[in-house]
Each structure stands twice: as C-alpha cells, then as structure tokens.
Design a protein around this ligand. Structure first.
Ligand code: SAH
Length: 229
C-alpha cells in the first residue's frame, strides 16, 4: 500500500515536471509543432534515465546513461524532431539509439523507426523500456550506424523518408545519404569533436542541400564513416 502511494506520488511529480518542461523549455522557446509537443508529453523521460539521475529527468540538459554516453537534452530532442518534419507515413532511420528516448518520441509520430546502436547493452535496455511502454513500431539493430541499415532488412521501398543522427559526425556519412529517398530529410550534428552545428538537409538528385540550425555538443559517432575514436 505504502509502496503504491509512493509510486503514485512520484508519477504526479514527474507529470508536473513534464508539463513545466513543455511550457518553459519547449513552447517557451521555438517548439511550435503541436504533434511534437504532444509526443514530448506522452513519453515519460524518467523511464529512460538510470536511478542515480532519475530525479533530474526533466532538467533541460543531457544526463549520463552509462558507457560514457548521454541522453540528449529535451529541447534538442524536440528541436531535432520538429526539424525532421515527419508524418504518420514516414519510415525513419535513427543512428545512435542510446537510451531510446528519442526513438520513443519519434515512434509516436511516424509509421516505423529503424534504430542502430553500437553498444548492445544500450540497445537491450532501450528495447526493454520501449516494450514496457507498449511501443511496437521500432526495429533495432546493433552495429556501426555510419554504414547504414543492413541491406537485407531495408523497408520495402528500399530507402528511408527521414534520417536522424544523434551523435556527432565530421560530415554526413555517404552510406546514409544513399539510403535516403530523393526529397527526404536528414537531421544531424555535423562538425568537430567538441562542437558541432545542427543541420537539416534535403536530398537532391546528386547532393544534400541544407540549413544550419544552431550550435550543439553531441558525443561522437564512432565508426567507419564517423570519427575514429
Ligand atoms: N538519442 C539518444 C542519445 C544518443 S547518444 C537518446 O535519446 O538517449 C549517441 C549514441 O550513439 C550513443 O548511445 C552511442 O553509443 C551511439 N553511437 C556512437 N557511434 C555509433 C555508431 N557508429 N553506430 C551506432 N550508434 C553509435
């Protein structure tokens, strides 16, 4: 009984914190897409955070998730989602599953999310949280996301409508550009090891044409078409 009351008090506390995040950190800045805002309210960020930091689940900053990786700041998750301009028909490739929080937010807005993570421990834990939350339109893969989704398991169309990279890349990895449909969008932090620019690019027949959104700091994408270490 006491245990149940304690859990309910915590849920109320997190619900209030989520509403504050929506008002101050998202709407209070430039997140205006109503679908993105409702996905940010629907997904309980605290579920993706290790016990040691759970009380800070709604502070607007990154938090550690183990293996020297971080869950991104809520505002950046919302901004990247808004810039990806998805719809319910979109098939989205995400590179860098991490905690699975960004995956969960995307899953609320699109047909299917395909997500790649380098560390099996993180992928397993993200898979469990998504299962617990009843999210079933996500496919996982453990491996080097800089080389793209395995060709044998591509969606029927053979490519993705949208791609989001949630780790820093020196440039957009070529294999990812190849797996993006013409007219599709890719959102990624592109730049150096410590600071990058968040860019949103559209795929044209022989190039990616994009805009810069803001400066960001992401952990590095380590892989064949990413950083070496
Ligand atoms: N979107 C995540 C945050 C990701 S942090 C969230 O919401 O929690 C970046 C993630 O990219 C880390 O988990 C890291 O292990 C992963 N990563 C780094 N290099 C990678 C690669 N080559 N392929 C797939 N994942 C990679």
């Amino acid at each position: 009984m006491i245990e149940i009351m304690h859990r309910r008090r915590n849920e109320d506390k997190f619900e209030a914190a989520r509403q504050r995040m929506l008002k101050w950190d998202l709407k209070g800045r430039d997140i205006t897409d109503p679908h993105v805002l409702s996905a940010m309210i629907e997904v309980p960020r605290e579920e993706f955070i290790p016990d040691s930091h759970r009380s800070q689940a709604y502070t607007d900053g990154p938090l550690p998730i183990g293996l020297n990786q971080t869950i991104s700041q809520p505002y950046i998750v919302a901004l990247m989602t808004q810039e990806l301009r998805v719809n319910q028909e979109s098939e989205v490739l995400e590179i860098g599953t991490g905690s699975g929080y960004q995956t969960a937010v995307l899953s609320k807005l699109v047909k299917k999310v395909y997500t790649i993570e380098r560390f099996s421990e993180l992928a397993d834990s993200a898979r469990k949280v998504l299962e617990r939350l009843g999210i079933s339109n996500v496919e996982f893969h453990v491996g080097d996301g800089s080389s793209g989704w395995p060709a044998s398991r591509l969606p029927p169309s053979g490519c993705f409508d949208r791609i989001m990279i949630t780790a820093a890349v020196p440039e957009v990895p070529r294999p990812l550009a190849w797996q993006l449909v013409d007219g599709g969008l890719i959102v990624a932090p592109v730049g150096g090891r410590s600071v990058q620019e968040l860019v949103a690019c559209e795929k044209k027949p022989d190039s990616l044409v994009g805009k810069t959104i803001c400066d960001v700091r992401f952990v590095r994408l380590i892989g064949k078409h990413g950083f070496e270490q």
